[in-house]
Design a protein around this ligand. Structure first.
Ligand SMILES: Cc1cc2nc3c(=O)[nH]c(=O)nc-3n(C[C@H](O)[C@H](O)[C@H](O)COP(=O)(O)OP(=O)(O)OC[C@H]3O[C@@H](n4cnc5c(N)ncnc54)[C@H](O)[C@@H]3O)c2cc1C
Length: 371
């Protein structure tokens, strides 16, 4: 008999949401993370936007789980006093050439069940008088959430249901056995191991590493991750007074484009850009030399921003399944019986909108576990 029923690898927002959802039905669930605390990687290095579900192809997991997750996030926030604000979001066309793209965005959103209002130049200006615009789209369902507040909620719920969080514990080996999986875990004392009937891989930027440890050929499976860094610059308080909603440009190819990011504390940042990284030696420092490029991108949205208004801020790294220039890839949420690993659940490529989608991903995992 295995030592426990379920082990979740990774205590970012996804692993935490999964643990909170599964713990009541699986006593003694173990949640492992290599860091001293939960949520120290991508989940605390993002825009904290509750996405409406606008840009993703119809029927994709990104579209479905974003729309469902958004409703769940707002509901949790309301019921548990998690700081959030349904700010709404303006997608602005800053040049006449961008206007046709608005039609395409509106159509994709509608296919996902997300209603956007088309705005004339005057209407867009009425929403945001200081934003450069020749017309836009208004998304009433977009908003912001305190990611730490959301993660703390999931953690408390999991712990209250008897889950155990093991920080500073790096999974270094996974062996498939008759009674489940033997996980080898490196902590300060050395390497120890335990067995679990089922394993959920929510290891974020190392989701592919964990799948490989379990014996999956990640290239054949299409699971190899391509880390893509996104940097932010914070904006002076005078800039924060220029907008009252989230403001996005018409999206660029690799990301949604440098946009206005607001947080629940009233601060404003610009970002993130998109920079594919050559290897896994992650450096989260933001290159101050990017300031003028960021100021340029910011001025495309808000002409009043000056270079000296911006300071290097945080960065985050996207666990992308598509390499640079490759087409759309969806989230992987898979039970791996077909690869000879029953009871092993891979959550891979959970880039944006993973924060928004987390509670919906957890529901899907719960359905797979019950199946
Ligand atoms: C720049 C940027 C902006 C974004 N903006 C948004 C946004 O506005 N809205 C939105 O919805 N989403 C956004 N996202 C996406 C969102 O942040 C992620 O989808 C989400 O945080 C992923 O959560 P996770 O739990 O899968 O990953 P993580 O938060 O990375 O958690 C994975 C955990 O696994 C642990 N781990 C890894 N390997 C091991 C191991 N071997 N042993 C033990 N533990 C291990 C790590 O320590 C880590 O804590 C953004 C992402 C980026 C990078």
């Amino acid at each position: 008999m295995a030592d426990t029923e379920i082990a979740v690898i990774g205590a970012g927002v996804v692993g935490l949401a999964v643990a909170a959802r599964l713990a009541p039905d699986h006593p003694g669930l173990i949640l492992l993370d290599r860091n001293p605390k939960h949520g120290m990687e991508t989940s605390s290095r993002n825009s904290q936007v509750v996405h409406a579900g606008i840009y993703y192809p119809e029927g994709s997991l990104k579209a479905r789980l974003c729309v469902e997750g958004r409703e769940r996030v707002y509901d949790l926030c309301r019921r548990h006093d998690i700081p959030h604000r349904k700010t709404g979001k303006l997608i602005t066309a800053t040049r006449a050439e961008d206007l046709p793209a608005l039609d395409a965005i509106q159509k994709t959103a509608a296919a996902n069940g997300v209603v956007l209002t088309r705005l004339s130049e005057a209407e867009a200006r009425a929403h945001e008088p200081d934003v450069r615009t020749v017309g836009g789209l208004w998304s009433p369902e977009s908003g912001i959430v305190d990611a730490h507040g959301l993660m703390d909620h999931f953690l408390q719920k999991a712990l209250a249901a008897g889950a155990v969080l093991q920080p500073r514990s790096t999974v270094v080996g996974i062996e498939h056995r008759d009674d489940g999986y033997r996980l080898s875990v490196q902590d300060a004392a050395g390497v120890e191991s335990f067995t679990s009937e089922r394993v959920v891989n929510a290891a974020g930027l190392d989701g592919d590493t964990i799948a490989a440890l379990a014996g999956i050929d990640i290239d054949a499976a299409g699971y190899r991750l391509h880390p893509c860094k996104g940097s932010y610059f914070s904006a002076a308080t005078r800039c924060a007074k220029l907008v009252s909603h989230l403001v996005y440009p018409v999206p660029a190819k690799e990301s949604l484009g440098v946009h206005v990011v607001l947080d629940t504390g009233g601060r404003m940042r610009f970002g993130p850009d998109a920079e594919y990284l050559p290897d896994r030696r992650f450096d989260y420092r933001v290159d101050p030399a990017k300031r003028s490029a960021f100021a340029e991108a910011a001025r495309r949205l808000l002409p009043e921003v000056r270079d000296e208004d911006l300071e290097p801020d945080i960065s985050g790294i996207r666990p992308k399944l598509q390499a640079k220039g490759e087409p759309f890839r969806d989230f992987v949420v898979a039970e791996e019986s077909a690869r000879g690993l029953p009871g092993f659940y891979d959550l891979i490529g959970i880039e944006s909108p993973g924060l928004t989608a987390a509670p919906a991903i957890a529901e899907l995992v719960a359905r797979l576990v019950r199946a």
